[in-house]
Design a binder for this molecule. Structure first.
Ligand SMILES: [Fe+2]
Length: 230
């Protein structure tokens, strides 16, 4: 666990032979930001990928081929398409696992948006988040060397007020973390978490499928105030 690693590292820095005035020390990781990474088995993701590519081909029929630096997104209601039924099932199950992991007392979450992204060589995606949802996900159908990463940005915007130079970039002193992905990788993350994609430096177009998920009955069951009447 990260928490143990931080504690061990800080204990090493404050070791008693260097700091005899310290009895004990710890590094508390408060409010960590989590991204959940799942790799689908080859026998599961290969047919999913073939089906997604078939759908992409059908959706783009008649459209001109993308030029270098261009990107294309489908409409946002592809979760209703039979071609993505298996993939949507994996995403829904992954989201329920995340809710269980977070100890949220419901597993009733549903896909509210789903779309295919096609990024030609040279195409990038600016920093953005996915408002009005609780979880978002992205599944990678076709990645290539140079087109196999996503950047996540520090959600604590005020932490950027002072950024001293560091001797080594680590997960706790950076404002951006690069997550490597490959075909069949599924990432789930909080919808508020800003992310971006660097320009595709590979020779082929990158294909991914994005998802938004929201609690099925948020207004009815989950939105009452956390404080009581008295
Ligand atoms: Fe996104």
């Amino acid at each position: 666990m990260q928490r143990k690693r931080y504690s061990a590292e800080f204990k090493r820095v404050t070791a008693s032979r260097k700091r005899p005035w310290i009895e004990s020390s710890d590094a508390l990781s408060l409010f960590p930001t989590l991204v959940w990474k799942i790799q689908l088995r080859a026998e599961v993701h290969e047919p999913i990928d073939a089906s997604a590519l078939g759908l992409l081909h059908a959706l783009r029929q008649g459209l001109p081929e993308l030029k270098a630096g261009e990107a294309w997104q489908s409409g946002h209601a592809l979760h209703g398409r039979e071609e993505l039924r298996e993939l949507c099932g994996c995403v829904s199950r992954a989201a329920r696992s995340v809710l269980q992991f977070l100890k949220i007392g419901t597993e009733a979450i549903e896909i509210t948006g789903c779309w295919v992204n096609l990024y030609a060589p040279g195409a990038s995606h600016r920093v953005h988040s996915h408002p009005n949802n609780y979880l978002s996900a992205v599944y990678y159908v076709r990645t290539w060397p140079g087109a196999d990463a996503i950047n996540f940005h520090d959600p604590r915007s005020q932490a950027g007020i002072i950024r001293p130079p560091v001797t080594q970039l680590t997960g706790i002193n950076t404002d951006q973390v690069v997550v490597r992905v490959k075909n069949g990788t599924l990432l789930v993350f909080p919808s508020y978490l800003q992310h971006s994609v660097d320009a595709n430096a590979g020779g082929e177009s990158r294909v991914s499928v994005s998802f938004n998920l929201m609690f099925s009955a948020f207004a009815e069951e989950m939105s009452s105030p956390l404080w009581g009447d008295q």
